[in-house]
Write a protein that binds this ligand. Structure first.
Ligand code: TYM
Length: 325
């Protein structure tokens, strides 16, 4: 199977990104043809700091490696290094109905953050994402729940292109993890954990043990006092139980049994300890790769070459089918 996925380079990588996406990438890379991209062109659709962006792109490559992505097994590259992404995006623009773009949840949320945030790139964002996926004929796109709608749109664009110009693209399918597809904010468990929210609301993959303890201590729960999963009525404790379950690889039901009779404080202490232990190797490997900039750049160059050769042959086919010479 061909697998494609990506993460934006801006903002910190949090445990939602890990549990929703990267954890799946890790296991998929052993038996599939995986391509993992740092989607820098998506990141510039919202206000950002030009001075910081280049470092953030390189840092994301470090993070992919630190999180266990093996460059011997998967292609790792930066989106803007392969020109065919923007080229295919333009071509797909011409067959994508505007109505489909206006109804995207992410567009609605981001454009509501103020008129100054509304730009054509923000609206066309899912078309670039479709181009990313379709360029490599990806079968499977491992993502968290918030990206499901975008992958569905990519599939519908592929279907439309195929029926208009002849069989060209593989129809991609999203793959969400069975648990952890939507990790919630720890300060507002009715909202998804997001890197654009205040720091206290998410746990970064690289938070220090002190920061993890502090954040978990102030995580929002409820007044029931029993450690029981009930997503609708008790979103806070349920989110913490999900996180505990995913890091310990023990089913939620079992965790409930283990925690029976314990106070919220005790549960939170144990959760913080568990996360500190599980996240320690990420912190260590990140430090190692940060000091190997030449190596990381070399990996991105190799990734660019490998991705480029696949993308160039696809874009030629697409242009031919569309009647461009
Ligand atoms: P991004 O950078 O916002 O998020 C990266 C991945 O993390 C997942 N995720 C979550 N999963 C569970 N709980 C959460 N709270 C949570 N927050 C984020 C996201 O679903 C995603 O899988 N548009 C994409 C990037 C992209 C892409 C692509 C992905 C561009 N082109 C092609 C797949 C294929 C995005 O902004 O992800």
């Amino acid at each position: 199977m061909r697998i494609f996925s990506g993460i934006q380079p801006t903002g910190e990588l949090h445990i939602g990104n890990y549990l929703g996406a990267i954890k799946q990438w890790n296991s998929l890379q052993h038996q599939n043809n995986c391509i993992f991209c740092i989607v820098d062109l998506h990141a510039i659709t919202v206000p950002y700091d030009t001075e910081k962006l280049s470092n953030l792109i390189l840092e994301k490559a470090v993070i992919y490696l630190a999180a266990g992505i093996d460059p011997e097994k998967a292609i790792i590259f930066v989106q803007s290094h392969v020109k065919a992404h923007t080229e295919l995006c333009w071509l797909l623009n011409t067959i994508t109905p505007l109505g489909d773009l206006y109804r995207m949840t992410q567009y609605k949320e981001k454009s509501q953050k103020g008129k100054k945030n509304e730009n054509a790139g923000l609206l066309n964002y899912p078309i670039l994402m479709a181009a990313d996926i379709l360029l490599y004929d990806a079968d499977i796109v491992p993502v968290g729940e918030d990206q499901k709608q975008h992958v569905e749109l990519a599939r519908s664009i592929a279907r439309k292109f195929n029926s208009k110009f002849g069989e060209t693209f593989t129809l991609p399918k999203e793959q969400l993890p069975t648990e952890g597809a939507r990790i919630m904010s720890i300060t507002n468990p009715k909202k998804k954990m997001s890197k654009s929210d205040p720091e206290a609301s998410y746990i970064s993959l690289f938070d220090s043990p002190e920061a993890i303890k502090k954040k978990i201590k102030s995580a929002v729960t409820d007044t029931y006092k029993t450690i029981k999963y009930d997503k609708e009525k008790r979103p806070g404790i349920s989110n913490l139980l999900t996180i505990y379950s995913l890091f310990s690889e023990i089913e939620v039901k079992e965790v409930e049994k283990e925690m029976k009779g314990k106070s919220y404080k005790k549960f939170k202490d144990e959760l913080a300890e568990l996360m500190i232990i599980k996240l320690a190797p990420f912190r260590k490997r990140r430090e190692e790769f940060l000091s190997r900039e030449v190596y990381v750049k070399e990996i991105l160059k190799q990734g660019q070459d490998a991705a480029n050769s696949l993308a160039e042959s696809k874009i030629s086919e697409v242009k031919r089918k569309m009647g461009l010479i």
